[in-house]
Design a protein around this ligand. Structure first.
Ligand code: EPU
Length: 334
């Protein structure tokens, strides 16, 4: 394991906000490194945190100690005529795993192309896009329990996956360091299209392959989400889920409002709500709302964590005042 000192927050997260520092940054390259960190380093620190690719995090305050899991091995664990089970190291870039799967004709994650961040970060918020989510394919999550310093494997059902949610945001927050995940994919090249916007783009084809889905998602995301040189963490808020009667009241006033039935409740589109409040494309200094997608907050250069947080609070208040809907952050705020 190697250690860097006084690393600025602009180097730690994809938001690249300034003004906070990690006094020590540990690079953990093997499971043994993670065990050693959990047993001997973390208990000595007042405060520590693990960064994935830092792609879903806003760092507002300095931290004494940060760790980055950089385990990058990937293996086929089991293979049959119709399925394959993969073990993916937590430090791999998620997108490179999607490319690997699509190139080999393994279906199940092709619609999750270009989600930034690492494999180890994927289960925490149960990443999802265009009708797929990690929990559809994840079989287990391996990690190190920080209290005991032991390696633990959690079966998928023990991860309590929900919409952008899991046990790693709750009971296992701050006490479990993910080292690898197991995913089960299907060997097939034909694809199931489970998202309207994708279906509309693919109507001209007779058969749709997983490569078609992959390429369409890459094009869609490149069109909507900021390029790498603009700091951001993807969607800043979750899409709010409201009760049926509340959605019906809103729909009466706003017939064009996007809404999606969800077992007895209705999911609204945070991007739409924010755009209606006039925030799409606005800027407060270097903190802004991306002009092609209102759910994405961006750092145009020198924004600090608290600048983004202030803008987020302003947006939440505006959406609450106009629609009576409470937005909740998807991004982890430190
Ligand atoms: N919309 C607007 N204005 C906007 C943005 C969106 O009116 O500025 C409307 C769209 O017209 C559409 C609806 O909102 O009717 C939904 O938009 P979109 O399909 O872009 O998806 P989203 O709900 O905003 C979610 C995920 C994204 C994921 C996309 C595609 C969350 C919080 N976000 O966004 O995930 O890529 O669906 O599946 O669930 C992320 O989590 O970081 C992320 C980017």
């Amino acid at each position: 394991m190697t250690i860097e000192h006084n690393v600025d927050s602009s180097q730690l997260t994809t938001f690249r906000t300034r003004g906070a520092v990690a006094e020590q940054l540990y690079h953990l390259e093997t499971v043994d490194d993670v065990v050693e960190f959990a047993r001997y380093v973390a208990p000595q620190r007042r405060q520590w945190l693990v960064l994935g690719g830092g792609s879903n995090m806003l760092l507002v305050h300095s931290v004494e100690c940060a760790a980055r899991v950089e385990i990058t091995d990937r293996r086929i664990i089991e293979e049959t005529a119709s399925r394959v089970i993969l073990r993916l190291g937590a430090g791999l870039h998620w997108h490179s795993c999607v490319e690997w799967a699509v190139a080999n004709g393994w279906a199940g994650i092709e619609a999750m192309a270009l989600i930034p961040g690492t494999v180890g970060a994927a289960p925490i918020q149960n990443i999802g896009a265009y009708g797929q989510q990690l929990s559809d394919v994840c079989r287990w999550v391996e990690g190190v329990d920080v209290y005991s310093g032991r390696t633990v494997t959690l079966a998928a059902q023990d991860c309590h996956f929900g919409y952008r949610d899991s046990v790693f945001k709750r009971e296992r927050k701050g006490n479990f360091i993910i080292t690898a995940i197991g995913v089960e994919l299907e060997k097939r090249t034909d694809a199931r299209v489970a998202y309207d916007e994708l279906a509309r783009r693919l109507t001209t084809r007779d058969t749709v392959t997983i490569s078609d889905i992959f390429e369409t998602v890459v094009t869609l995301r490149r069109g909507k989400l900021p390029p790498d040189d603009i700091g951001s963490a993807g969607s800043f808020f979750k899409n709010p889920v409201v009760e049926l009667h509340r959605a019906a009241q809103l729909a009466e006033r706003y017939p064009d409002m996007p809404r999606y039935q969800q077992n007895g409740a209705v999911k609204l589109s945070a991007g739409w709500l924010i755009e209606q409040c006039g925030y799409k494309g606005i800027r407060r200094g270097d903190a802004g709302v991306y002009d092609r997608h209102a759910l994405v907050l961006v750092n145009y250069g020198t924004a600090r964590g608290e600048d983004i947080l202030r803008l987020a609070a302003e947006i939440k208040a505006a959406v609450h005042e106009r629609f009576g809907v409470e937005l909740e952050e998807e991004v982890i705020i430190v």
